[in-house]
Design a protein around this ligand. Structure first.
Ligand code: GTP
Ligand code: MG
Length: 171
């Protein structure tokens, strides 16, 4: 029969931004876990869209594990970068990690699509996705397709729009 095309995705972003919650919500409801704990190292997860079968490297965002990210850059065909829109204090740290990613030799010269989730849009302190995009200077990314979606990973809002965009980039 017809098999969906397999795609390797890296899910990156600071600890507590909501990476694991997002990936969990993209799975069929009977495969979702009920309690999400901080990721240790990384975890390999799978979910499907209408035409693709995604294998996700859900990386820990904790400082002590961020040095693991780069070992998976070569095999990544797309990046999901998650930001906690309510964490203004650490927005600059998120920007530093993004800039380090964009300047890495295994990423720098590739036209790899990057999907940003401005997550936790439900929280009172959350800034808009436009503001997140300004704070991270996303308009400076000129050599890679990118897209930002506001999301609420707990309700699952905004996630499908992001995955639809990613799927279009990969076809
Ligand atoms: P690490 O694995 O440590 O890198 O963190 P992570 O990015 O995987 O974050 P995780 O998915 O574990 O979520 C961290 C916390 O944020 C959990 O308590 C989630 O329930 C909560 N959370 C995730 N997404 C949202 C959201 O959209 N809104 C709100 N209010 N809380 C969220
Ligand atoms: Mg996690």
């Amino acid at each position: 029969g017809l098999r969906k095309k397999e795609v390797h995705v890296l899910c990156l972003g600071l600890d507590n931004s909501g990476k694991t919650t997002i990936i969990n919500k993209l799975k069929p409801s009977n495969a979702q876990s009920q309690d999400i704990v901080p990721t240790i190292g990384f975890s390999i997860e799978k979910f499907k869209s209408s035409s693709l079968s995604f294998t996700v490297f859900d990386m820990s965002g904790q400082g002590r594990y961020r040095n693991l990210w780069e070992h998976y850059y070569k095999e990544g065909q797309a990046i999901i970068f998650v930001i906690d829109s309510s964490d203004r204090l650490r927005m600059v740290v998120a920007k530093e990690e993004l800039d380090t990613l964009l300047n890495h030799p295994d990423i720098k010269h590739r036209r790899i699509p990057i999907l940003f989730f401005a997550n936790k849009m439900d929280l009172r302190d959350a800034v808009t996705s436009v503001k997140v995009s300004q704070l991270l200077c996303l308009e400076n990314i000129k050599d890679k397709p990118w897209h930002i979606c506001a999301s609420d990973a707990i309700k699952g809002e905004g996630l499908q729009e992001g995955v639809d965009w990613l799927q279009d980039q990969i076809q």
